[in-house]
Design a protein around this ligand. Structure first.
Ligand SMILES: C[S@@+](CC[C@H](N)C(=O)[O-])C[C@H]1O[C@@H](n2cnc3c(N)ncnc32)[C@H](O)[C@@H]1O
Length: 238
């Protein structure tokens, strides 16, 4: 595939895989040999230093049964079933990802949840729906700055008035954090875009952020951030 091709879709209207995904994360998300190894809770939990359950539960708890929620990109482990269960049979979970291999895997994990649907789209492109909530779980650190800005902007645009966006991701750990040098090495080796997220407030990534009230919590010595943006209801004149 020509990475300089400006078109975002193939002739068949299928979103092209972003260049950064092909270049940096082929082994993690586009290879059917590694997928069964990575998509295991103990592996995800080890990668997140034992925090996977807590981070996933805290994110899911931001949403309520009956809501329509967008999960921005597939996530290894139990996240999608947990979120679908949280929304319940009256809710709707829309999982969007650009990689067909990941979508097929998410469909398999969500087979018992009729409230969940899975579809292919590039989150760098505007979304065609509005949601009560959108959730990006460890997506932003894996995309370059330009695409990160587009994704945050598109996700905020997809939040209905009164709805919320939830971003769970890496953050700059406290200076004394014993894992700080380890994570520095991991990011240098495997996650080349992560460093540009660590000290950047997510609300600085989109001009649309001004229409939201933002709250940020850091967890595990600052290594993780849980950010909630609530869109203020529109006034009658707006
Ligand atoms: C959510 S992120 C990382 C999640 C976390 N590391 C985990 O445990 O799975 C990984 C997903 O993002 C998807 N992705 C990356 N860029 C995307 C984009 N522009 N649009 C849609 N999906 C995207 C990849 O295809 C992959 O399935």
């Amino acid at each position: 595939m020509n990475s300089s091709d400006p078109a975002t879709e193939t002739a068949a209207g299928i979103p092209r895989l972003p260049d950064y995904l092909l270049r940096t994360y082929r082994w993690a998300y586009l290879d059917r040999r590694t997928l069964p190894w990575l998509d295991r809770h103990p592996v995800v939990n080890a990668i997140l230093w034992g925090n996977a359950g807590r981070l996933m539960r805290t994110a899911c708890a931001e949403f309520s049964p009956g809501q329509r929620v967008l999960q921005a990109a597939c996530v290894y482990g139990r996240f999608s079933p947990l979120l679908a269960r949280r929304l319940g049979p009256q809710g709707a979970l829309d999982v969007v990802d650009v990689a067909e291999l990941q979508l097929a895997n998410a469909r398999r994990k969500l087979a018992g949840f009729p409230q969940a649907s899975v579809r292919r789209a590039d989150l760098c492109q505007p979304l065609d729906m509005r949601y009560d909530g959108v959730c990006a779980f460890f997506l932003l650190h894996e995309v370059p700055v330009r695409e990160r800005r587009l994704i945050v902007d598109n996700l905020l645009a997809a939040v209905a008035p009164g709805g919320k966006a939830v971003f769970v991701d890496y953050h700059r750990p406290h200076a004394w954090h014993p894992l700080r040098p380890v994570m520095h090495g991991v990011f240098r080796l495997l996650e080349p875009y992560a460093a540009s997220l660590l000290g950047t407030p997510i609300e600085s990534l989109s001009p649309r952020a001004a229409a939201f009230d933002w709250q940020k919590r850091v967890l595990f010595g600052g290594l993780y951030q849980h950010v909630v943006a609530i869109r203020r209801p529109q006034r009658a004149a707006e």
